[in-house]
Each structure stands twice: as C-alpha cells, then as structure tokens.
Design a protein around this ligand. Structure first.
Ligand code: NAD
Length: 541
C-alpha cells in the first residue's frame, strides 16, 4: 500500500485540433487512414486477457463505402459469456482491493496514449467505422473519451475524500467499494467516447465488467479495448464481447452474478433489459443497479425575439451534424409565424451548401448513416412525409445507398404539431418544423413539453430575460440538458453533465461525479477507541 496520500489535480478538457486542409495534423490523419484502409484486421473477443476467435463471424465495412471491408469480427454466444463471467469473477479477487491510485493510473495512461501517439488512430477508426467527419471524430473519439477517463479519475479521488464526522473516542470512516458480482456494460454505436466510458467507469470504481459493444461501431471499440490493455489493465477486469444483442445479452442477464447494468441505447432495448432484470430478480445474488441513457426527441423552441441567423446555425448544426445520429440531435423545431419567412429563406440557402459524402473529403459536412437498417428506418420516415397531406418536405427528402448509406439533410414543415416526425425519434438527418401563431406562444410551450415521451435535450432562443425565464420554467422537465441561446448538442465532460429524464433514461449524468456513485458501494466503518465494559445505562441508577 502507498505510504502517502496521493492527490490528483483537476484536469483540463482536452483541446481539439482543427484539421484545416493542408495542416500537419490533416496530413498525419490521412496517412493513418490510408494505412487502415489497406488492411483488414481481425476483431476477436477478449476474455480474461485472451483473444478468442469463434466459428461465427461477420464483415465490418464502412458506412460511406459499404463494399470496403475493414475487419472480420468474431461473435460471442453463451459459451463465451460463461467464460467471461468466470474470468471476471476471478479477476475481481485482486481488482476489488487493488489500491485506487493503481487503478486510476491505468486509465490516465490510456487517456494520454489516446491524445498522444494514438490520436490519429482513434480519430481515423471512428471516421472509417462510424462515418464521422474529422471534426466530429476528434471532439469525441479523442477529446471526450480522454476527458471521461481523466475527469472520472479526479471525481473518484474527490468522492473518496468525503468522510463522515467522528465524535470523541470514535473513528468513523467510509470505504468506497466496487460492487460484488459483475457489471454488464452495453454501448451504442454513435459515440466511441460513450463506449469507452460505459466500460471503463465501473472498472475504475473497482468493479469487473462484461462489455458488449455495438457491432456497428465494433471497429473503434476494439481499439478502445486494446488501449486499455496497453495501459496495463489486468486480464479479466473488462471482458470484450462482440456479438448480437440477444446472443450475448440473454446469457449475461440470466447470470446470478449480475450486479449492474450500464446501458446507453434505444428505449426498446432498455425496456427489454429492465423487464428481464425484474423477471429474474429471484435468481440474482444482488439487486442489480440499473443505469440507462436512451433516446431523445430534442427540440429548438424560438420566441419571436430570437435572432434568425443564430437559429439557422443552431438548426443546421444540431439537426445534421453526424447525420442527426446524436441522441441530442435537434429533430423538432417550434418557430413563430413572424420569423418563419425570414428563417426559411436563410435556412434553405444555407442547407443548399451542406455537402454529404465520404468523410475523408474535408468539404463534406455530413457522412453516411450507420448501416442498412438505419437507412431503411430513416428513409421510411421521409417517405411517410412525402405522402402526408399535413406535411411538406422543404429540403432534402432524397437518399441513395448505392455506394454508402447517404441521406440528404431533410426538413419537413407540418401544420400538425403531433405529426409522426414531431413525436418519434428518427435518429437521422430529419428536422420537422412547426410554425405557431405568435399569440399562441404559451400554449405552444405546453405543446412542446407534452408532445414526446422523451426529455433529453432542448434549446430555447429569445432576447429578453423575462421571456427566457418564463420559457425555462415552462420547460423545466422537458430536457435533462437544457440550452439557452445555443444548439442542444455538444455536451462537454465536466461542463454539461449529460443525461435526460422521462423516457430518455435514468439521468445519472455521465461526465459527472453522479455517474461514479452508481458503481460504488459504501462500507461505513465505526471504530471505538474506548469500548464500553458495562452493559448498564446511567438512567438505570
Ligand atoms: P440499440 O438499442 O439498438 O443498441 C444499443 C446496444 O444494445 C447495442 O450494443 C446493441 O447490440 C445492444 N442490444 C440490443 N439488444 C440487446 C439485448 N437483447 N441484450 C443486450 N444488449 C442488446 O441502440 P443504438 O442504435 O446502438 O443507439 C442509438 C440509440 O441510443 C438512440 O436511441 C439514441 O438516442 C441512444 N443514445 C442515447 C444516449 C444518451 O446519453 N441518452 C447517447 C447515445 C445514444
């Protein structure tokens, strides 16, 4: 054990590189991309530190060029899940009592490897495997992931410093333990940083983890696992299990050793997993902790005092960046009639300049949507709007999957505030706009609050302070991440802790201390320095 109290200083958010055309970082990034494109890697499962190649495998391709194969991934089932549970529980014997500073040292090293020698690798794998532009990739696969690792390490030390009061003769202490059993971390496709955080945060807190990454982002997730290993993660602490949801999920959820679920993804999957936990409650040794961050139907609401240029910029960035596949992406907008004509003119002129295509071309603002399933689902909403009588597509509305899964930035205007695309999460570059009468401002706020089952992100735009306060009060429960005169995307670790309520999840706020508390189990220790030797109390005379 350490013979000192070690201290971590508050980290700073990782600065982003610009990747301007012709810059040294752009040159280095493209060299890395070429290297990766000229090889097809193997992605095995990693269980107890060993690579496992199963009989069942699948090709990993680029969303923006689906004929280009990047990797072969080996898929896990019940046998590999059982191996992983055994490896995790074995690793726990030493990991649970491993000193905190040794644990955080691993993840701090991983952060420095990601922002240092592997910066271009992390950026390039996310660009190629998830079709992100250099900017979108840099801000999350490098910046946000490193921020999660560094800030979580710092939060953990602050939590551990929180100790109870001790009166005379006593020493009261709180010990922050990991949970017994294992944590099941299930990550979505859309953020490399989320995948890295869901798997590493419980591990840093002293837990052992079974990690099921999304198959559609397996390419970058594999490199995340590799960097944890290179940084010194002991075998079995995090077990990497590629596979289909049910093939991996069913045997994991049936294990009596499940002690927590750390999930980010869709409502449907989360509901299924929560229900399974309820059904299996008598077979578990523990009450599994459930953390789930799910979908959104995120809004921009403009008052008639809002600035139109600001609204246009916010709408384009929030609705179309990463092809609208951010959980925080704006997908419905409320605009007053008095601003509509001016907004429409500027918006259409700007959207006409948004280019969609290969993410290696820096002039493109958007890449492809993630896979054939997403393409089919998104385009079915567009087709629905084409046919509808109470909606009009004012831009985009076209798509093409011959080379990659490309969908043009689409905006729908509807006279029906409850139109299907105003209510349901589409997870693609589709923004639906409802134009309200200026005098219906207050009722429209209520409409905005009550239209969707989600409450993830939302943005309000207005000039005057009373109006902003009024809007913020009316929409108090409509979003877990609320933006005033800013777009509703782009949360930064330690600045805007992220998560939503209602059907958007348990709001445990990744990127803050709250998230860590879910993976810690406190032991309260009372030590008496002068232990009583007579059982009689004074009142007894
Ligand atoms: P998804 O629900 O399809 O998949 C998420 C993960 O669950 C994947 O790894 C998938 O394989 C796994 N899964 C599916 N069935 C399973 C089962 N039976 N057992 C175990 N695992 C199973 O979601 P997605 O398409 O990857 O991600 C998009 C969704 O994630 C959107 O709804 C988006 O809003 C949401 N999201 C939310 C946040 C947030 O912080 N609120 C962040 C990112 C994404």
């Amino acid at each position: 054990m350490a013979q000192a109290f070690f201290e971590l200083r508050e980290p700073a958010n990782e600065p982003y590189l610009d990747y301007k055309p012709g810059s040294p970082e752009t040159e280095a990034l493209h060299k890395q991309i070429e290297e990766l494109k000229n090889q097809v890697i193997d992605i095995p499962a990693i269980i107890g530190g060993k690579e496992i190649r199963t009989e069942k495998k699948q090709d990993v391709t680029m969303p923006h060029n689906h004929k280009h194969k990047l990797a072969t991934v080996y898929l896990c089932g019940e046998k590999e899940v059982n191996m992983a549970i055994e490896a995790a529980l074995e690793a726990q014997k030493t990991w649970a009592t491993f000193p905190w500073e040794e644990k955080v040292a691993i993840f701090l090293r991983a952060a420095d490897l990601i922002t240092g020698p592997y910066r271009y690798l992390f950026n390039a794998t996310t660009m190629l495997g998830q079709s992100k532009t250099p900017h979108q990739s840099e801000i999350e696969a490098v910046g946000e992931l490193a921020d999660f690792l560094r800030f979580n390490a710092w939060y953990l030390t602050k939590i551990m410093q929180d100790q109870p009061f001790s009166p005379a003769n006593n020493w009261n202490r709180m010990e922050y333990r990991g949970l017994e059993g294992f944590i099941f971390s299930v990550s979505p496709f859309n953020f490399t940083a989320i995948a890295g955080n869901l798997s590493s945060c419980p591990a840093m807190c002293g837990n052992v983890v079974l990690w099921k990454p999304a198959l559609s982002s397996i390419y970058s997730s594999y490199y995340v696992m590799k960097v944890f290993e290179e940084a010194g993660l002991p075998a079995g602490v995090i077990n990497f299990l590629p596979g289909s949801g049910a093939d991996v999920g069913d045997p994991v959820m049936a294990s009596p050793h499940l002690s927590g679920l750390n999930f980010t993804g869709s409502v449907g999957t989360f509901n299924h997993l929560w229900k399974t936990i309820g059904e299996n409650i008598n077979t578990y040794k523990y009450y599994p902790r459930i953390v789930g961050e799910t979908g959104g139907k995120d809004f921009i609401f403009a008052h008639n005092s809002a600035n139109t240029d600001e609204l246009v910029t916010a709408a384009i960035r929030a609705a179309y960046e990463y092809q609208g596949q951010k959980c925080s992406a704006a997908s419905r907008m409320y605009l007053p009639e008095s601003l509509w004509a001016g907004f429409k003119e500027k918006f259409l002129a700007e959207v006409a300049q948004v280019k969609v295509g290969d993410v290696e071309d820096h002039s493109n603002f958007m890449g492809a949507v993630i896979d054939a399933k997403a393409f089919k689902s998104i385009t079915s909403y567009i087709d629905f709007a084409h046919e509808a009588e109470d909606a009009e597509i004012i831009c985009g509305g076209t798509y093409d999957d011959s080379v990659g899964y490309f969908v043009q930035p689409t905006a729908i205007v509807t006279s029906n505030p409850k139109f299907k695309t105003m209510e349901e999460e589409i997870f693609g570059p589709v923004l639906t706009i409802y134009v309200y009468k200026d005098e219906d401002f207050e009722d429209t706020l209520t409409l905005c609050d009550e239209t969707s089952p989600y409450a993830l992100t939302g943005a309000i735009f207005a000039a005057e302070r009373h109006t902003l306060k009024f809007m913020a009060d009316r929409l108090r429960n409509a979003a877990g991440n609320f933006y005033i005169n800013d777009k509703p995307t782009g949360a930064v670790v330690n600045q805007q802790p992220f998560g939503g309520a209602r059907k958007s999840g348990t709001n445990d706020k990744a990127g803050s201390m709250s998230h860590l508390y879910r993976w810690l189990s406190i032991r309260s220790i009372k030590e008496n320095r002068v232990t009583p030797r007579d059982w009689r109390y004074p009142y007894m005379g």
